[in-house]
Design a protein around this ligand. Sequence first.
Ligand SMILES: *Cc1c(COP(=O)(O)O)cnc(C)c1O
Length: 824
Amino acid sequence: MILFSKLPSVCGGTLLQLPADTPLSYLLFDSRKLVVSPGATFFALKGQQQDGHRYLQQAYQGGIRCFVLEQAPREPMPEASILQVPDSLAALQQLAGWHRRQFSLPLLAITGSNGKTIVKEWLSSLLPASEQVVRSPKSYNSQIGVALSVWQLHEQHSIGIFEAGISQLGEMRALQQVLAPTLGLFTNIGPAHSRGFASLEEKVAEKALLFTDAHTIIYCRDHAPIHAHLQQQYAHKTLIGWSQLETEGPWRAGVVRRQRDSLLQLHTPAGEHSYRLPFRDSASIENALHCLFFLHSQGYAHSELQKQLSQLALPAMRLELKQGVNGSYLLDDAYNNDLAGLQVALEFLQQQKHLRKKTVILSDLLQSGLAEGELYTRVAELLQMHQVGRLIGVGPAISRAAPLFASIGQTAYYDSTEALLQEHPERQISRELVLIKGARPFGFERLVSRLQQKVHGTVLEIDLDALAHNLNFYRSRLKPGTKTMVMVKAFAYGSGSHEVAHLLQYQHVDYLAVAYPDEGISLRQAGITLPIMVMNAAEETFASLLEWELEPELYSLSQLKAFLHYLKTHRKQARVHLKMDTGMHRLGFSRADLPELMELLRASLRLARPPIEVASLFSHLAGADSAEFNDFSQLQAQRLRDYYEQLAEALSYRPLLHLLNSAGILRFPEYQFDMVRLGIGLYGAEVNGMEQRSLHPISTLKTTVSQVKQIPEGETVGYSRSQAARQNMQLATIAIGYADGFDRRFSNGVGKVLIGGALAPVVGRVCMDMTMVDVSGLDVQEGDEVIVFGPERPITQLAGEIGTIPYEILTSVSERVKRVFYSA
Ligand SMILES: *Cc1c(COP(=O)(O)O)cnc(C)c1O
């Protein structure tokens, strides 16, 4: 542990103030994930989208007392210890590197294009039980992630396994200095993230910098560019270059793939070893061989290895948020149950604040390397810091630790998962956010299936990380200071408004907008506190708008007068948004309305308590997504500016001005004004067709095969006998129809779905709840997964097939389809 006062000797900089000296505990950089504990230190990092300095006060008010920053704080923080450095990220990395050098254990660093996380996870479960392993949580392999990973190191650890990932030239040197690995493993090289590099060779060379100080490197020589580079650059090191292809050489593997598994025959200088691996795909085989060659070459092979190998599973790479019984939400984290994983899951819980009450169902933590007392003291600390109100502990160890959890409001302990299941947990859970986290031997899948709302065949999976990515992509295109309003109308374009709104609130967007008051009220009830604009506010909804602090869009004189009248008679005040019609001719004040509009505003200003405040003035482009209409869009922008100047003068203050939707943000940066209104782009469709590759698809619509049948040539399929089999046909009936949002226009071969990676065309007409597809020649079984749209089958493609736009595809997915949200 290092004292705050000693930081300058490790990472340079100047101590601005030091009212009290504390040893550093947690390292924080995200003001939304504060851990208030003595010594918790906030690093104000300057990123592309965010500047940590903006959140200093928030962190200080939240109780943080230690800061590392680049610019002195604007407001006083009298109780804070402050170190000012030229570069906060570099300081964080220097501190992590210093910490790492306090320990002399073997430290393996893994890099490569694919498989880093799996190799790391597999290796830690394959090492002998006597080893105390410390490893990166999840795939924490970035510039910040690596520093935080290394910070976990303590005396009891006997080996460290960390992954390092980079996306551009110049990044690996910093990771090498933090990790200082003694051992290296290079998984493979592929085109992933190639953007930041001129050539494959350059990418290999950059990654290999990680191994500068390692004495041994494990890699597969069948990847020629890796082999060539390591041979040339690191000839003086021990290179364990194994091969699946060559017939000569000290490290080789023969592989036999069988029906359900594969046999691995290892040739090593010490002899031959055979293993059975419960996978048969080439990626898993390569990952397993990396592990086995590492274990054999470094003296970690042991008699239980085959047994542990048989139990390998692909690590769950994502946290899933599911709707649970009785209005609860479940965060299902099947990821390895250790302290770091628990912290990651608890942080995710912070993001989804629908429900106040937080419950954690936690099994014994295995393989932590800490003594039981210390381990559960730390668990208790984490639960308390994240305001967990209820703990259900499962397993003998956590039950023994019960006295440590005395500060948690409600606790219950069970010896085993069976014992908990017998007590009908589904009756004990109601309207709460439940984190379910169990080590694998506890089989928490049974618990999840008991607590989960039953999902019928069709689900829409939403990738929250992709949403955040898309948001940040558009933010990166905004001028500094431009605000973002996000459109979450129509159930957030079909994606699920509460969960999306929580993510947006967490990401600090400035405004939300919905079409109807009901949508806004439902967001407020779910705990959304961001300002919300409502686009269609009818007179009978005025009372509830005010009650829920929703801000109406006003678009006509009659509506404005009605609202003013309402406010005056009820002695209320409200913020409103004025919509101008500049050429769309849908809703909005027209030029002819201007004189009267200004007069009404002036009159209202003259009152002692002006009933309305104009929060913003805006308009909507009719053809932002097409160059064909650029001139017209420019005319609309000109008109809007003109109206704005007149109104601002009447108001004698300047409300926010905004015009652009998603397409406009990219096409007309010069019209970003004070704010933009992001819609479809957030949900993954770039309707200009200019930047589709910069966006990530956010949703996957999945269903299942209900039945498979063979029909002879000439038979017709479905209602009205619209299509006949041209030859004998294998047919699958899938559990989705037009009532789920699978458009009837997909009938008779127009639409296609993906089954086992192959496209299966629709046969006959789409029915209300079902559809038949042609799976002739495919290996398809009842229960198989069917993908209607998703990353492999873009919504733009579906839209094209039936002559519509991505908006309609997204918003058509009916509300009876369950939404599942996940995050890496
Ligand atoms: C829906 C909507 C948007 C968002 O449009 P996208 O094309 O989805 O980005 C912006 N402004 C208004 C007024 C809207 O109704």
